[in-house]
Design a binder for this molecule. Structure first.
Ligand SMILES: NC(=O)c1ccc[n+]([C@@H]2O[C@H](COP(=O)([O-])OP(=O)(O)OC[C@H]3O[C@@H](n4cnc5c(N)ncnc54)[C@H](O)[C@@H]3O)[C@@H](O)[C@H]2O)c1
Length: 282
């Protein structure tokens, strides 16, 4: 049961990509607390199995399936696992994502080095454009954008087969709409995830599948942990763009995903919601 006492997903099955950490994990526990069984899909097997244990501690069922989001085969195996283990598939949340090609969730040292490299371009951002390795650009697009599409293809096909309809939530970002909210390839990938979501919302409506997106602001997870190391003036600058003057919690995004998948949102499709502390008020 959630704090609100809601039980909107009894007997429902939810696939969460990126379920081993942060926003994806919070989605797993939120849906589980509202009665769902969960397929946790991620490259991180240790974190994924920890999420399974957290779901089970809530009295719900979960299984972990290793997923490289950019692999069609892996996505197919994740969707199959939902049917084989739980007999159905009702909802998909695509939270697997990377901020840059070498991103490894939880590797703080790697993130510090990456941010130091970015700050070196602060005075002359144009140089970063010309230095950016195209293979690294492709990797970000592959995981964030192609990965989202492959997950929808694999899971959406199972929803159509079962004939029960379903609902899908993609995780974009405020970077889908504002170029300052992320690095180059990341902003491009998230903007494309947002347009893909609108397109899929239109195309899957006739199959009774709703597709919506969440564009979170700055949320406290492994992906933003290096922001704590920003120079004070840069952190202040970042917070001036957020009227609520703080980062959000992974649970804020999970609550939004649960709303979008629930019957409360039955007239929503092709939309994006921004739990972002007011980022888009200016
Ligand atoms: N934290 C934020 O401020 C924020 C803001 C906007 C959007 N987002 C998005 O939310 C999503 C979740 O990010 P998070 O903040 O929880 O970070 P996180 O690092 O905690 O979670 C990302 C998850 O994706 C997994 N992952 C990475 N590459 C993968 C791959 N190739 N295949 C399968 N899984 C893979 C990681 O192992 C990790 O579990 C991402 O798409 C991110 O872009 C985050």
């Amino acid at each position: 049961m959630t704090e609100t006492g809601l039980q909107r997903f009894s007997d429902r099955v939810v696939v969460v990509t990126g379920g081993a950490n942060g926003i994806g994990r919070a989605c797993c526990t939120r849906f589980a607390s509202e009665g769902a069984s969960i397929v946790v899909a991620d490259v991180d097997a240790v974190g994924g199995n920890e999420t399974v244990a957290m779901v089970e501690a809530l009295g719900a069922s979960a299984t972990f399936v290793r997923l490289d989001a950019s692999s069609r085969l892996d996505n197919d195996e994740v969707a199959s696992a939902a049917i084989e283990k739980f007999g159905r598939l009702d909802h998909l949340v695509t939270a697997a994502g990377i901020s840059h090609a070498n991103y490894v969730s939880g590797d703080a040292e790697n993130e510090m080095k990456w941010m130091a490299d970015r700050l070196a371009y602060a005075e002359k951002p144009h140089l970063e454009v010309f230095d950016y390795d195209v293979e690294e650009f492709r990797k970000v697009i592959d995981v964030n954008l192609v990965g989202t599409f492959l997950a929808v293809q694999a899971c959406g096909a199972r929803m159509v087969d079962a004939g029960n309809g379903g609902s899908i939530v993609t995780i974009a970002s405020i970077a889908a709409k504002h170029p300052d909210a992320g690095p180059i390839a990341y902003t491009a990938s998230k903007s494309a995830v947002w347009m893909l979501t609108k397109k899929l919302g239109r195309m899957l409506a006739s199959a009774n599948i709703r597709v919506n997106s969440i564009g979170p602001g700055f949320i406290e997870t492994n992906m933003t942990s290096m922001l704590d190391e920003l120079p004070a003036d840069r952190m202040e600058q970042l917070l001036t763009n957020i009227p609520m003057a703080k980062r959000g919690e992974a649970g804020d995004i999970a609550a939004t995903a649960a709303f979008l998948c629930s019957a409360d949102a039955k007239y929503f499709t092709g939309e994006i919601l921004h739990p972002a502390g007011g980022y888009f008020t200016s």
